[in-house]
Design a protein around this ligand. Sequence first.
Ligand code: HEM
Length: 230
Amino acid sequence: MDATAATATPFPTPPPTPFSTLIRVASHEQHTAAETSAFMSDLLGGRLGVDAFTRYTEQLWFVYRALEGAMDTLRADPVAGPFIQPELARTPELERDLAHLRGERWREGLEPLPATAAYAARVEECARTWPGGYVAHHYTRYLGDLSGGQIIRDKAEKTWGFSRKGDGVRFYVFEGIPNPAAFKRGYRELLDGVAVDDLEKQRIIDECKRAFDFNGAVFRELGARFPLTA
Ligand code: HEM
């Protein structure tokens, strides 16, 4: 067959890979690293005290305050707006958990670890200046919480005796999302329909990897404070 005939052959073009698949596959390796980090392994292995769980919950509060402090301004944004869904909001739940874990004056003396401060600052920066980057951080946290978060809750209840879905682990309980699997399907459809070009999608994927790196850094600092496997 000559070259002309070869180019004329009508090969069907494969459908483009959905963005939700691209972002999941791109962060797969880092996901495994996060799951198997020393701190997470020790936490899920029941080898740490409740003080380590409290420290972790404190860090989450700083991160979600950054994510959710931007909700009102981003709601009307064409890229980030569709992701702003009130049933995801975690700050009130984290505050109830912290009141349980640290007492009513939970806010006193609460400081982020350096890695947490850097993570929250980056989320705030994206929220202010780059809606696509904000989507990357939104995806990394909320889809994770709806998935592996449930494993963490179950383990925390068993290890430290929290009442099922009660104070201490409310962060992991999405009262407004009775069917997480269906919600996650809808969320992936939102990702697939995100109104940006391919170059911006690649930048969002890169920011998602950065978001995983920030989480890894927080785990490392927590691991250094609660060394066991670390
Ligand atoms: C021990 C800790 C963790 C466990 C056991 C865990 C477990 C899981 C599991 C089982 C899924 C799949 C759920 C599904 O297919 O619907 C998942 C998805 C996910 N996890 Fe984790 N995870 C952990 C930590 C993390 C961390 C630290 C992050 C990032 C902050 C994270 C982010 C995600 C994301 C973004 C997804 C959704 C992937 C997608 O379908 O697009 N996970 N996790």
